[in-house]
Design a binder for this molecule. Structure first.
Ligand code: ASP
Ligand code: CP
Length: 314
């Protein structure tokens, strides 16, 4: 998938130059005019909880002069059974002919953002759809890591090794990061139990290991994933007890102390402190966690401008 200019649904399959352009305009977001999106409506359709993504899309839209409307599951007609498609078409009908707006969608269904894109002419940005992708998070993480490593001039990450640790198979953040980081030349290693990091993940272009202790001293960054309790069924998702999980796959203070000099710690947030990550690591010198959050606003400004322009040209 080469990616229509009005859509940002996934990073997998996007041309590396397209990814680099988005990263460069995120890096240079101060160059956007305050009225860049004057007259454009941004509809935030959030049917799963969010703090970082929802707030940063709102701030980004406001900084570009757009108007913002918020729709969530509770309090909207979704709670009366209206479908995602019908909700999107309803919002589009209020935006004016030709889809003169951007729909930002977070939903439980993998492929939900594509369903919105297929049923409207609006620009559509995937803000996290089920287990599929979270493309703006992938861009945030690539921008933040490139900056930390002094690679933000060209976003060339060749020679850089990144570990993604946790329930990689269920993680939309992992999928977007694998696509983005490997497109920029980095090597990505997914680490978790055989259920969380099965060998089949290698088809995405990453390596797989189950041995976190062996991996820790070998990488330039460790990205720890949140345990997604809301997605784990009654079977426990193969994570075992919380104590066991922390022992095998937690980024503990002890493991943090065995990372390479100059290696970085990342987490997309929200964090389960003391479970997948210890506070000494998440709040320590190596941590990029709050820099990831800060980068969210400029990445979302760049995504909104790119998709809104793509929509006007279509
Ligand atoms: N906030 C990210 C997401 O919604 C990561 C997470 O929740 O674990 O995908
Ligand atoms: N990283 C992320 O998407 O955070 P939220 O779920 O708080 O938006």
């Amino acid at each position: 998938m080469s990616g229509s200019p009005r859509l940002l649904l996934q990073l997998r399959g996007l041309h590396p130059e397209h990814i680099r352009r988005l990263l460069a305009s995120s890096r240079d977001s101060s160059a956007f005019r305050a009225d860049e999106l004057d007259g454009v409506t941004i509809a935030n359709l959030f049917f799963e909880d969010s703090t970082r993504t929802r707030v940063s899309f709102t701030l980004a839209a406001q900084r570009l002069g757009a108007s913002v409307v918020d729709v969530s599951g509770k309090g909207s007609s979704v709670s009366k059974g209206e479908t995602l498609r019908d909700t999107a078409r309803t919002i589009e009908a209020m935006m004016g002919a030709g889809g003169a707006g951007v729909i930002v969608v977070r939903c439980r269904q993998s492929g939900g953002a594509k369903a919105v894109a297929d049923s409207t002419e609006c620009a559509v940005i995937n803000a996290g759809d089920g287990r599929h992708e979270h493309p703006t998070q992938g861009l945030i993480d690539a921008l933040t890591l490139s900056r930390a490593l002094g690679r933000e001039a060209d976003f060339d990450l060749s020679g850089v090794r990144v570990a993604i640790v946790g329930d990689c198979v269920a993680s939309r953040v992992a999928r977007s990061n694998i696509a983005c980081l490997t497109a920029l030349g980095a090597e990505v290693v997914c680490c978790g139990s055989p259920a969380m990091a099965p060998g089949s993940l290698t088809s995405l272009g990453c390596a797989v290991t189950h041995d976190l202790d062996g991996l820790i001293p070998e990488v330039d960054a460790v990205m720890t994933l949140r345990i997604q309790f809301e997605r784990i069924g009654s079977g426990g998702g193969g994570i075992g007890s919380e104590r066991e999980y922390r022992q095998r796959y937690g980024l503990t203070d002890e493991r943090g102390g065995r990372m390479r000099p100059g290696a970085w710690v990342m987490h997309p947030g929200p964090m389960n402190r003391g479970l997948e990550i210890d506070s000494g690591v998440s709040d320590g010198e190596r941590s990029l966690v709050l820099r990831q959050v800060s980068a969210g606003v400029s990445v979302r400004m760049a995504a909104l401008v790119s998709c809104a322009r793509g929509c006007r040209q279509a």
